[in-house]
Design a protein around this ligand. Sequence first.
Ligand code: HPA
Length: 264
Amino acid sequence: MNKLAFIGGTGVYNVGILHNIEEKSINTPYGKAHYQKGLYENKEIIFLARHGVKHTIPPHKINYRANIYALKMLNVSSVISTTAVGSMNPTYKPGELVLINQFIDCTKHREHTFFDGERYGVTHIDMSEPYCNKLRRAILKAGVENDISIHPSGTYICTEGPRFETAAEIKAYQLWGADVVGMTNVPECSLAREAEICYATISMVTNFSTGINQKMLSHKEVFDCMEKNIHSFRKIVTWIIKNYNVQLDCTCHHALDEFGGFHL
Ligand code: HPA
């Protein structure tokens, strides 16, 4: 049976509405992944805290390959993740949600592919639309049904971190057309596509970016904003768990048809 999973970013360390929760870990060819398994009514839901449940793993040290491979091993076919982001678009304000639809990759030192010429040989995957449109439509519907407004699109720039950006970097990213900045969506998103898993991200704007915001940026500001607005995530996630049909087929599950599919 196909399963639904959530990857929680900064400030999101559980799903909130599950019962019979078990803390689990699983060995993958890329290392160990830790996750929670829980039930909503009779549906099994997987949750993975990207930074660890105590927020001990910085963005550049997350084992993205182990996490996504583990989800594949667990028969997860659809993933919704959350991210905290800084906004460089004045119309996307702190406390608001953005359903990102494009990313720009500015990471530097990450293991970013399963297709490294070793285990899986050489493959080039289409990423013209990096996020699953079926999941994105469901998230927008969840917003409407719960009276939560969501910006329906946005370009996310992923930096290596863990430092925040300089004011000059933000100016350059604005010229490139980015709306929001974060440190974790790449390679999580592209690995999910390589593994033929539907993937979408709901971003919470926690601050205006460096250079736009006149004050110095702190991690506390990011956490405080997440804490204040986490109820919006919870409502959307609850609606998705109740209403999303994770058994339906999707083009994401055929991303590697040309190469014979993705095999564990
Ligand atoms: N920059 C990078 N990552 C972030 C930010 C930011 O301003 N806010 C939340 N995550």
